[in-house]
Ligand binder design. Structure first.
Ligand code: IPM
Ligand code: MG
Length: 369
């Protein structure tokens, strides 16, 4: 029997609620398969700051270090509440980015996927959705503006100024491109390279490396697209995209737009892969306005479990079963509150009920092995 240690970072806001549903699925996967999970909860985020004085306490680092994989809920507070925490200890800067750096999770895999049967959740017209949306965005996650040198001050003219730099070296670019090319090679053999080389030097270097790496994947067609144009094309013709690759900030923004064309960021799980460690998290924030109301959509968190099974534990078939079980619940006409307005002809279910229905569906599926 395989046995894995999983660090559980429930996070802030809706984090604990959707994490509870993800844990239900992990327990069921354990019961259905020849696998054992040791779940190791660890404080992380604003709640960790208030209880332990740091958003990523040393004890949590030790738990993550010891884990085979990390499941992380969303973190962060409302804009106002964030002001109660010193800037450098706010959970994004004080916990999340340090974790990304600690494990060098350079490859952020963000599926933007909506099967045809769920097209009614999308704000796009049916004729634009066509056969459904099935994109994987590959975002570089540990470089660029988010990790470059930063300074703020007062300049010689007495004006407050800021300077932050977008830094990449060629190896950082090459390693993320290889991930994207490999993925494209396994899928539709089409890779959209998203850049802004008409303005940014960083994109000029990026594209040079694309040209160097591409010959290693002769079957993959590379399509170059400016990031601003890509934003439009995502709305007008999402079906043209299969795998998209881009630097950190472009990926942050376009992946949120990805959630938009699906109908909700609640449908956006992600995998953050490093050379030795991976963590899995929803792409969205902690939604403090709806926290504790049992109305958040746990799809992104349960989807992150599916991605963990696939990328960290090689349990491909069971991962597919989880996707099918979740989509099966929606196919029966159910919806969570983020996806539909009341009276839209759907049967509204809450966080716990969605998790329960996924458990029911998954339990009814044949075991994999
Ligand atoms: C994301 C989030 C984070 C990011 C925030 C919380 C720092 O928006 O994972 O997309 O910008 O990377
Ligand atoms: Mg984001």
């Amino acid at each position: 029997m395989s046995s894995y240690k999983i660090a559980i970072l429930a996070g802030d806001g809706i984090g604990p609620e959707i994490t509870a549903e993800a844990i239900k699925i992990l327990k069921l996967v354990e019961a259905r398969n020849d696998v054992q999970f040791e779940l190791m909860p660890a404080p992380f985020g604003a709640s960790a700051y208030f209880e332990h004085g740091h958003p990523y306490p040393d004890a949590s680092k030790a738990i993550c270090d010891a884990a085979d994989a990390i499941l992380k809920g969303p973190i962060g507070l409302s804009h106002e509440a964030s002001k109660g925490i010193p800037v450098d200890l706010q959970p994004e800067r004080g916990a999340l980015l340090p974790m990304r750096r600690r494990y060098n999770t350079y490859a952020n895999i963000r599926p933007v996927s909506l099967p045809k049967g769920l097209a009614h959740f999308s704000p796009l017209k049916p004729e634009i959705i066509g056969e459904g949306i099935d994109i994987i965005m590959v975002r570089e996650l540990v470089g660029g503006l988010y990790f470059g040198a930063k300074e703020m001050g007062v300049n010689d003219a007495g004006l407050r100024y800021v300077n932050e730099s977008l830094e990449y070296d060629e190896n950082q670019i090459r390693q993320i491109l290889h991930e994207a090319f490999k993925l494209a090679d396994r899928r539709a053999k089409r890779l959209h390279n998203i850049h802004k080389s008409n303005v940014l030097k960083s994109s000029v270097l990026w594209n040079e490396i694309v040209d160097e790496v591409a010959p290693e994947y002769p079957e993959v067609e590379v399509i170059h697209m400016l990031v601003d144009a890509a934003a439009t094309h995502l709305c007008l013709n999402p079906g043209q995209f299969d795998v998209m690759v881009m630097e950190n900030m472009f990926g942050d923004i376009l992946s949120d737009q990805g959630g938009g064309i699906l109908g909700s960021l609640g449908l956006m799980p992600s995998a953050c892969l490093g050379p030795d460690k991976a963590y899995y998290e929803p792409s969205h924030g902690s939604a403090p306005d709806i926290a504790g109301k049992n109305i958040a959509n746990p799809y992104s968190m349960i989807g992150s479990v599916a991605m963990m099974l696939e990328y960290s534990f090689g349990m491909y078939a069971e991962a597919r079963n989880i996707w099918e079980a979740m989509q099966g619940v929606f196919n029966e006409g159910y919806s969570t509150a983020d996806l539909s307005k009341p009276g839209a002809g759907v049967k509204m279910i809450d966080t716990v009920a969605f998790g329960d229905r996924v458990v029911e569906k998954l339990s009814a599926m044949p075991r994999v092995a």
